[in-house]
Write a protein that binds this ligand. Structure first.
Ligand SMILES: C[S@@+](CC[C@H](N)C(=O)[O-])C[C@H]1O[C@@H](n2cnc3c(N)ncnc32)[C@H](O)[C@@H]1O
Length: 294
């Protein structure tokens, strides 16, 4: 039995399930390996939208709150952008996975351009973090591809907004319901989804914008496409292919669910394009930026 299949827990075949941390880390790495166009997809796509300066009391650090920072790739783009105009940055990293924090710390050790950042590591979920009210206000709060994972995305957004200083920015990135992957998620939920979609991982940037609209928070957005090499998904014995399929469906061990698996492979086959000898599936990300005005 492979390491992957040793911690199946109660997750098997549950559409939109919350994945255990051990499994989700492996799945995320499989996805990162499969993202093709723009390995630097973060930098290319939403980098230009990240503010390079923010209102900040003279002589103080710019304070940044990162929710679900993972291994720090997106954070480092944001922090470097701020360092273009500010001398020092305080970055509070809220990330539940010890493995991700370890990788993030390794990235910080290797990247000397982050030397002016003071990190404050919090190994916690957003839910745990927001339970402790301690009054710090941030100049920028971000959640990049995280709002699928939190228990209640609406409450998380409200909490993030609450911790923003006047003149501060909230920066969010989510998958859009457009693109091939958006279509797959829609079809999956239509055919196999149960209960309230908004309580599962099947949330999109559209759902986030609805929350902001309801709260009267205005925003600007930008959409960007990325390519995922899905060739491995069609190799039956490929562990990377299985992990990628789990990620694309957000259904743990989906390869052992014949009905879902065959629908998904059929959908991907019909909607991807053959480039050289690789099958390419497109995903669309949407970045959302809000300014908290006085
Ligand atoms: C898709 S990754 C995104 C990582 C990073 N923001 C990036 O863009 O590269 C999602 C991250 O959210 C974290 N996460 C999962 N559940 C969470 C929760 N309830 N609160 C905060 N972060 C969570 C995961 O551990 C993971 O690192």
């Amino acid at each position: 039995m492979s390491e992957l299949y040793s911690d199946r827990a109660a997750e098997v075949g549950k559409l939109g399930a919350t994945l255990s941390r051990a499994v989700s880390g492996k799945i995320l790495r499989a996805l990162m390996a499969a993202v093709e166009r723009g390995k630097d997809v973060h930098q290319e796509s939403y980098g230009p939208m990240v503010p390079d300066s923010t209102l900040c009391e003279p002589g103080t650090d710019v304070r940044v709150l990162g929710i679900g920072s993972g291994s720090g790739e997106s954070d480092s783009i944001i922090l470097k952008k701020l360092l273009q105009r500010h001398n020092s940055v305080y970055s509070r990293v809220v990330e539940p996975s010890g493995e991700m924090i370890k990788r993030y710390k390794a990235l910080v050790r290797e990247d000397t351009s982050l030397g002016a950042v003071k990190f404050d590591w919090r190994q916690q979920t957003a839910e745990e973090y927001f339970q402790t009210k301690e009054g710090t206000k941030f100049h920028l709060a971000h959640a990049v591809h995280v709002l699928y994972n939190v228990e209640d995305h609406d409450a998380t957004l409200r909490n993030m907004w609450e911790q923003l200083a006047n003149g501060g920015y909230m920066f969010l990135v989510m998958q859009s319901d457009k693109g091939d992957w958006g279509g797959l998620r829609h079809k999956l939920w239509e055919e196999f989804g149960q209960g309230d979609r908004l309580k599962t991982w099947f949330r999109t940037s559209g759902d986030v914008k609805q929350c902001l609209d309801r709260a009267g928070i205005s925003y600007v957005t930008t959409e960007n496409e990325a390519d995922i090499n899905v060739t491995e998904c069609f190799r039956e014995k490929s562990e990377a292919g299985k992990l990628l399929l789990d990620f694309l469906t957000h259904t743990p061990y989906v390869s052992s669910e014949p009905e879902i698996r065959s629908m998904v492979l059929e959908y991907i086959r019909c909607n991807s394009s053959l480039v050289d000898d690789r099958l390419i599936f497109k995903t669309m990300n949407e970045a959302i930026l809000s300014l908290k005005t006085v």
